[in-house]
Design a binder for this molecule. Structure first.
Ligand SMILES: [Cu+2]
Length: 114
């Protein structure tokens, strides 16, 4: 049994990319942050992600956003709001396909200050 547990420990030490899942590392605006304005929404992934669907909800419902990034797998996804975003709490949701083909999703939220 000693050998087996050593093998498992070695697996746990491997970098995440060995398992193929791309995941979101950082967003702009950052999760749970407060910002004055939003000019660009960005998500950084550790491995290329094909982002297939996005949505932004604000205090008045859905916010129109324009993708700057196409449907190719990217490590930096960008989208811009179609018009100025008023004060309030916003939530950005995305879905995509990781580099290994697994469906992934994530969300983050932020506040635009008065
Ligand atoms: Cu995966």
């Amino acid at each position: 049994m000693r050998l087996k547990s050593t093998a498992i420990a070695a697996l746990l030490l491997l970098p995440t990319s060995v398992f193929g899942h791309s995941k979101a590392e950082q967003t702009t605006p950052g999760n749970n942050t407060t910002v004055e304005t939003v000019e660009m929404i960005e998500i950084r992934f550790d491995d290329p992600m094909r982002v297939t669907a996005i949505s932004l909800k604000g205090p008045n419902g859905d916010v129109a956003i324009v993708r700057e990034t196409g449907l190719d797998p990217v490590t930096e996804f960008r989208a811009t709001p179609e018009s100025a975003m008023g004060a309030g709490v916003y939530q950005f949701d995305w879905r995509g396909l990781a580099a290994d083909g697994h469906p992934m999703q994530g969300s983050f939220s932020f506040t635009v200050a008065e």
